[in-house]
Ligand binder design. Structure first.
Ligand code: URA
Length: 238
């Protein structure tokens, strides 16, 4: 038996939080009965679960890695009608959702999946999934600044530590490789702003155990079995 909101998220129809809202709103039925309380359990094999009258059935789980280009929003729909990352993957895998976000003007590794539970864990702060960026910043970054970032910089009253390597230094800009363990909004841009080096370019080159490698910009590929196993293991899933 499995809790209803967890089942819905695992089936890839929604996040757990959204499933809870649907349940509260009376949009979900189990074996013909509308369920509005939390904590109801279903038999994933046998229960007939419907959302808005439509049966929820297991879609094959799929996770792809996309090399996000500039000028795309990391959502499935944009109210401002800008281009969205799901356009780059198309319809062939059914509906996929981005795992976390990369800014409109950021590039690099972005996962898309219909595996709600995996997505939830990868983005949950508890699992501290590392994200590594190649970051071009304004100005010449001093060694003390790297130490300051490593020791942790305060953002909204909470310290955020980053592991940083200086890859290139020029008088007017520096290239860093920077790892953080959470995915807060504009995190890298705000961190670098705080230490006086605004971000000029941001590319994510690794997420958890995965590396972007040579995947061309705008292209995507399905994760290999090994990559998927590594990813799941990193967040305590079998
Ligand atoms: N940090 C940012 O500032 N932007 C991103 O897209 C990712 C991390």
């Amino acid at each position: 038996m499995e809790r209803l909101h967890k089942f819905l998220s695992r089936m890839g129809v929604s996040s757990r939080r959204q499933a809870e809202q649907w349940i509260l709103a009376g949009r979900v039925s189990v074996n013909g009965q509308v369920v509005t309380e939390m904590g109801v359990k279903v038999d994933p094999e046998r229960s007939v679960v419907k959302v808005d009258g439509r049966r929820v059935q297991a879609a094959p789980l799929i996770t792809v890695m996309l090399h996000k280009p500039y000028g795309y929003v990391s959502t499935t729909k944009d109210p401002q009608e800008r281009r969205v990352v799901t356009e780059l993957v198309g319809e062939k895998y059914g509906r996929l959702y981005p795992v976390g976000r990369l800014d409109y003007d950021a590039t690099g590794l972005l996962l898309l999946t219909n595996d709600g539970e995996l997505a939830q864990r990868l983005t949950h702060p508890r699992y501290q999934t590392p994200r590594t960026y190649r970051v071009t910043v304004a100005g010449e970054v001093a060694r003390e600044t790297l130490n300051r970032l490593a020791a942790g910089v305060e953002l909204e009253g909470r310290k955020v530590a980053a592991e940083v390597f200086l890859r290139k230094k020029e008088p007017d800009k520096s290239v860093l490789e920077l790892t953080v363990w959470e995915g807060r909004y504009h995190l890298v841009k705000r961190l670098m702003e705080q230490v006086g080096h605004p971000v000029l370019k941001l590319k994510r080159i690794a997420f958890g155990p995965l590396r972007l490698g040579r995947l061309p910009r705008g292209s995507h590929r399905v994760l290999t079995g090994q990559e998927l196993r590594d990813l799941k293991e990193a967040v305590g899933l079998k």
